[in-house]
Each structure stands twice: as structure tokens, then as C-alpha cells.
Ligand binder design. Structure first.
Ligand code: PMP
Length: 315
């Protein structure tokens, strides 16, 4: 049994990592990243990037962290900044779930809203602010540190949890920065050179596959542009799958009602995509994916109405 909850710590950052891996369906393994402090997978890179920047002397007491985000990374850096005493500015578009703005503010961050739904404008603004003295701009969409965290920590954690010496045959994930897909994929490739990496996109906005940019309901992925990480490592991605926002939200609701897993729409989309991989390629017997963020971030948009809405709000 893990011992971490029996030990005393003085920092919530010690509770990042070590999330459960569930076999949700035969051969479909899902990592419960919504259980991380700040409510998403992004607690990992936020902690890693700030602690590495501290070690390398790129950030010092009194500095300000500024990052562009569709929300989860902002929540995560805001938490890390609160723990470590930095000032935090989150730059994000309008039109995303109101909870993610509230969560960053609750951690004491300033939130600058710029652009609508897509992150392009926020990215420009954050980069510009981040170039000023006393500011640190992590640059999650470009940073190789994002890939490294996933390759060196997150990916190996999943490999260690897979039962009976199983190795992954496929990994499927939506692409916000591409850090999770590429970095975890690199870790998996070290144990199975034939592992297939599937990039999942909303069917309404297939930016990576065919350059489309449109509104969709799967917050946190497909932010309106091809991120630098993905562009650099595109050759490592085997296939693309698309899932509609309506199906993603319906599956997300089923996860809550039938499995007790209160997650966001990308989690529903990841499960649908994993199922499709198992159906299309039965030889891929171990498919890994991620339940990336917690459903509390979507209570107003997706969970509060008693009736199932016919379709999710397109922002
Ligand atoms: N799902 C959710 C809910 C996210 O917030 C993110 C990241 N914004 C992703 C998936 C995609 O992760 P990555 O940035 O590593 O591509």
C-alpha cells in the first residue's frame, strides 16, 4: 500500500503524483489525474517547471509567474505560486468555464481575460509580460520541460502501475500543449518501441489533422493553434481520432453516474477514443488514457441541469 497519506508534510505539493490507475474496461487503463491538487494533470508540470526554474536560478523570491492557459495550467501554477509565495498572473481567454477563473483567483492569482475561447491572444500577452524583468514565463506550449516531466515522471509512474508486467500498446490523449501525449509516449516507447500514439481532437475543430479551428465543448484541448511541442514532435504521433463535444459530455456524465468519477469533458472524450482504438485494432490489448481534470470545474456548464442538455454549450 502507498505510504504517502500516512506521512506528515508541510506542503500540498507533496500530494501531486501517485494517482490511481483504473482499468475502466477490458484493456482500457485510465490514470486519475483529476485527483491531483488544483484538480488536474497540470499540477505535475507546474510543480516541475517552477522547482526546476528555482534550481536553475530563473526565478527568485518576489518574482511574478505569468502563464497563458485555457484554465487548468493557470489553476496549477496559481496553487504552486501560493505555496511558494510568488505573485501569479494567469492570462486566459473569456468564454471558458467560470470555475477555472474562480479557482485561480481563490489561490490569490490575478486573472487577465483576453481573447475568446482560443488561447492565441492570451499567449501573446503572457509572452510579452513574461519578457519583463522580475517575470517568469513558463511557456507550457513550447517548453521541452513540459515534455520532460511527462517522460521522466508521469509516464514511468503509469508503467510502474500497469499490472502483471503489461506494457502499453497505445496511448491516447487530447492535445492542449501536446506535452502529455509526446512525453508519456516517449516513456512508453522505451518499453515498447511499437507503441501507437493517438492524438484526440474535437470533431468540430480538427486543427492538427486538417487545420480547422472552430468552437467546441472539450475545454483544455485544441486551443486554436498547433502548439510548438506538437509541431516539433509531430512525427512521433501515429494517428488522429476525433470525438464530438456532445459525445464527450455525455460520456463524462456517464462516468460520474455509473462509475463515481466526476471528471471533465476531455476525460469522456479520452474514454470514447480508447474504446474506438480497442474496437478498430483488437491487437492493441493495453490502451492507456487519462482522466485529466475534475468535474467540479464544470458544475455550472455541464452538471447543474437535471435534464441532459441535447448538446453542450459551444463557447
Ligand atoms: N485535458 C484537459 C482537461 C486539459 O486541461 C489539458 C491541458 N490543457 C489536456 C487534456 C491536454 O494536455 P496537454 O496540454 O499535455 O496536451
Amino acid at each position: 500500500m502507498p505510504v504517502r497519506y500516512t506521512q506528515v508534510s508541510n506542503s500540498i505539493l507533496d500530494a501531486v503524483h501517485d494517482t490511481p490507475l483504473l482499468e475502466l474496461e477490458d484493456g482500457i487503463f485510465a490514470k486519475c489525474e483529476f485527483l491531483n491538487p488544483s484538480g488536474s494533470i497540470k499540477a505535475r508540470i507546474a510543480t516541475y517547471i517552477i522547482e526546476r526554474a528555482e534550481r536553475e536560478g530563473l526565478i527568485k523570491p518576489g518574482d511574478t509567474i505569468v502563464e497563458a492557459t485555457s484554465g487548468n495550467t493557470g489553476n496549477a501554477f496559481s496553487m504552486v505560486a501560493a505555496v511558494k509565495g510568488y505573485r501569479m498572473i494567469v492570462v486566459m481567454p473569456e468564454g471558458l468555464s467560470s470555475e477555472r477563473v474562480a479557482i485561480s483567483r481563490a489561490f490569490g492569482a490575478e486573472v487577465l481575460l483576453t481573447g475568446n475561447f482560443h488561447v492565441n491572444e492570451a499567449l501573446e500577452r503572457a509572452r510579452e509580460l513574461g519578457s519583463r524583468p522580475g517575470f517568469f514565463f513558463p511557456g507550457q506550449f513550447e517548453s521541452e520541460w513540459n515534455v520532460q516531466e511527462n517522460r521522466e515522471i508521469f509516464g514511468p509512474e503509469i508503467l510502474a502501475q500497469l499490472p502483471d508486467g503489461r506494457v502499453p500498446d497505445a496511448f491516447v490523449h487530447g492535445v492542449g500543449t501536446g506535452g502529455t501525449l509526446i512525453g508519456v509516449g516517449q516513456a512508453f516507447r522505451a518499453v515498447n518501441p511499437d507503441v501507437r500514439l493517438f492524438a484526440m481532437e474535437p470533431s468540430e475543430s480538427r486543427t492538427l489533422l486538417c487545420g480547422e479551428v472552430d468552437l467546441h465543448g472539450i475545454e483544455g484541448i485544441s486551443d486554436g493553434f498547433v502548439p510548438g511541442i506538437f509541431a516539433r514532435h509531430r512525427d512521433q504521433v501515429s494517428d488522429f481520432l476525433s470525438v464530438s463535444s456532445t459525445d464527450a459530455v455525455a460520456e463524462m456524465r456517464k462516468l460520474a453516474r455509473n462509475r463515481g468519477l466526476l471528471c471533465g469533458p476531455s476525460s469522456g472524450a479520452h474514454l470514447i477514443a480508447a474504446r474506438r482504438i480497442r474496437e478498430l485494432y483488437p491487437e492493441l490489448k493495453t490502451v492507456v488514457t487519462v482522466l485529466a481534470d475534475k468535474g467540479e470545474k464544470y458544475l455550472n456548464d455541464f452538471y447543474m441541469s437535471a435534464a441532459e442538455p441535447a448538446s453542450p454549450p459551444l463557447h
